[in-house]
Ligand binder design. Structure first.
Ligand code: PRP
Ligand code: URA
Length: 209
């Protein structure tokens, strides 16, 4: 499988276009982020381990596959990554959720950590890191660094919009992770915002600013 999967699905592209529209308000924005995460999650979780369990149907008893227990952790990068969590939990309600708090310095654009709490143990889980925006890639690289330092091994990174610069940086720093991107945008501007992008994802999800 390629390390990077960029989604071409019309439903995802349509919903991303709605996110970009500056007239889209907080409620709708939040719902769209969740729906896109669910659609992306459907693909990203196609290799979740399953095991056969015995089920009694109204007709007979059979062995039939179910997702093997305690195998998934979702780890949003705060704040904006939180907006994607429920979309994935809708698919796998039993997943554990960790949190990594990072904010970008407005001048240097470098990430600063302020919180980290991961499910323990983490080493045997598939870990889906969520953040709608992959801009310089600094936050994504730092988040994956933390997870690996805590023992995480099988890591998938999911972002709705990526800039080529950020994707290259993440790929170079972590060639062993799988990366899922809803849409590749053109470039970063002088403030390290993605163009055309959707603005500040955290502010638009939480209605700040
Ligand atoms: C945004 C976004 C990513 C990061 C991407 O978060 O949600 O985490 O910037 O930029 P990068 O690829 O250049 O690191 P921000 O730092 O604005 O924090 P917030 O989610 O709390 O608003
Ligand atoms: N963070 C955002 O929320 N948006 C961008 O365009 C870049 C970083």
């Amino acid at each position: 499988m390629d390390q990077i999967i960029v989604f071409q699905h019309p439903l995802i592209q349509h919903k991303i276009s709605m996110l970009r529209d500056k007239r889209t308000g907080t409620n709708e924005f939040r719902a769209l982020v969740e729906e896109i995460a669910m659609l992306m999650g459907y693909e990203a979780l196609r290799d979740l381990p399953v095991e056969d369990v015995e089920i009694e149907t109204p007709i007979e008893t059979c062995m039939t596959p179910m997702i093997a227990g305690r195998k998934l952790a979702v780890v949003p990068i705060l704040r904006a990554g939180l907006g994607m969590v429920n979309g994935i939990l809708a698919l796998v309600p039993s997943a554990k959720v960790g949190h990594i708090g990072l904010y970008r310095d407005e001048v240097t654009h470098e990430p600063h950590e302020y919180y980290c709490k991961l499910p323990d143990p983490i080493d045997e889980r598939t870990i889906v890191v969520t953040d709608p925006m992959l801009a310089t890639g600094g936050s994504a690289v730092a988040a994956v660094d933390f997870i690996k330092a805590h023992g995480g091994k099988k890591i998938k990174f999911m972002s709705i919009i990526a800039a080529p610069e950020g994707l290259e940086r993440l790929k170079a720093a972590h060639p062993d992770i799988q990366i899922y991107v809803g849409h590749m945008d053109r470039c970063l501007n002088e403030n390290a915002y993605i163009c055309p992008g959707l603005g500040d994802a955290g502010d638009r999800i939480f209605g700040t600013k």
